[in-house]
Design a protein around this ligand. Structure first.
Ligand SMILES: Nc1ncnc2c1ncn2[C@@H]1O[C@H](COP(=O)(O)OP(=O)(O)O)[C@@H](O)[C@H]1O
Ligand SMILES: [Mg+2]
Length: 367
């Protein structure tokens, strides 16, 4: 059999319109061979539509899909050599595990010995060799999902597509399956796209994350970059937690800006983000300074610090979370690592809080 190594996938300016509404809004994405990319975004942002376009189940309104350097838009789904794992597995209940896994090969006219050999390899890979002769309806959810994965990989797909593959699994099994799929994808060298609305799943599994909102690509970057330097206010709000402090952009010097917050505090920040196609906010314009809870700390110097009162302190074992109400009435969250014996500040304590560093403060035009 040919090598299982995946191929590169390019989405070139893909748009898709369902009667009247634009579900995919000119998305361009280049996925490297063997890369695992997560499509992350809220329900309805166009993730499934994009996968169905790649698989060939729907024809895009405009744009190109290119795999391994060749345009595939004229190929029917069965000839695209793409493996697909859906959220509800879609296994054949009246077939055994082995018959399910071998189905795609048999349908392609692969001879019986080769099909059997490949099926055994795939079942060993997902550690289900001992259940080859069971009917799939007699398996647990996690086992069924592994059969679905083995079936998708059996045909040696050029690209593997996974649409919310874990949403029917309970939480503890999810993490096991995330690790397992990543391990198998690595081992097989398959190019993979996983669709999810779960930011932890996307950040944890993917080499790069593509964040979508209302059909538009907001950011395409490695997980740590998406988390540390969100490109847009939407990404800032959708991925992780952030405190949002309204103010005015006062000045920009090199890679630092100064924001005058509404409560009178001056913060040194990153320069405002300028998402592609949108101009960055100008001096004097209304902005929001965004800081993650773990990037805020208690301070003892008043300059550049925000005055507030502890509303609630929670000792969470490894961390302490304080909720602080500022003079202007904002509620901020602050997370610190906790050392043994440390207690939260009592409610009512006057405190000063500040960003850990200017580079941990991202600035966007006021939404
Ligand atoms: N067959 C369809 N006909 C009309 N509108 C659709 C159809 N499928 C999806 N949509 C709409 O397109 C948008 C994107 O849907 P979808 O790709 O399923 O999003 P996601 O998978 O991110 O939840 C949504 O507004 C949805 O209502
Ligand atoms: Mg969907």
């Amino acid at each position: 059999m040919e090598s299982t190594a995946g191929q590169s996938l390019t989405l070139d300016d893909i748009a898709h319109r369902y009667a009247g509404s634009l579900a995919v809004d000119h998305v361009t994405l280049e996925v490297g061979a063997g890369e695992l990319v997560a499509l992350l975004g809220p329900s309805g942002c166009g993730k499934t539509t994009l996968l169905r376009i790649i698989a060939g189940f729907i024809a895009q309104t405009s744009g190109k899909v290119v795999i391994g350097g060749k345009r595939i838009d004229d190929l029917p789904p069965a000839r695209r050599n793409i493996g697909i794992v859906f959220q509800n597995y879609a296994l054949f209940p009246h077939m055994t595990v082995a018959e399910n896994v071998g189905y795609g090969l048999a349908a392609r006219g692969t001879d019986r010995n080769a099909t059997k050999k490949r099926t055994t390899e795939m079942l060993d890979m997902v550690q289900l060799g001992h259940l080859a002769d069971r009917l799939t309806k007699q398996l647990s959810g996690g086992q069924q999902q592994r059969v679905a994965l083995a079936r998708a990989l059996a045909i040696e797909p050029r690209v593997l597509l996974l649409d919310e593959p874990f949403s029917a699994l309970d939480k503890s099994l999810r993490l096991d399956m995330q690790i397992e799929i990543k391990r198998i994808q690595r081992a097989a060298g398959t190019t993979a796209i996983i669709v999810t609305h779960d930011q932890e799943e996307a950040l944890g599994m993917a080499d790069r994350v593509a964040v979508l909102s209302q059909g538009k690509l907001e950011q395409f970057a490695p997980p740590s970059e998406v988390y540390d330097t969100p490109a847009t206010y939407f990404v800032n709000q959708f991925v992780g937690t952030a405190n949002v402090l309204p103010g005015k952009l006062e000045s920009i010097e090199g890679d630092r800006a100064t924001v005058l917050l509404d409560d009178g505090t001056r913060l040194s920040t990153r320069v405002p983000a300028s998402p592609s196609g949108v101009s960055a906010p100008g001096i004097g314009s209304k902005v929001v300074a965004c800081i993650r809870p773990e990037n805020m700390r208690l301070s003892d110097r008043p300059l550049g610090a925000i005055e507030g009162v502890v509303e609630l302190g929670m000792p969470l074992g490894a961390t302490i979370v304080h909720e602080i109400r500022t003079r202007s009435g904002l509620r901020l969250k602050l997370t610190e690592p906790r050392t043994p014996g440390t207690l939260p500040r009592p409610s009512g304590t006057q405190v000063l809080v500040e960003p850990a560093s200017p580079s941990s403060v991202t600035v966007f035009a006021a939404p």
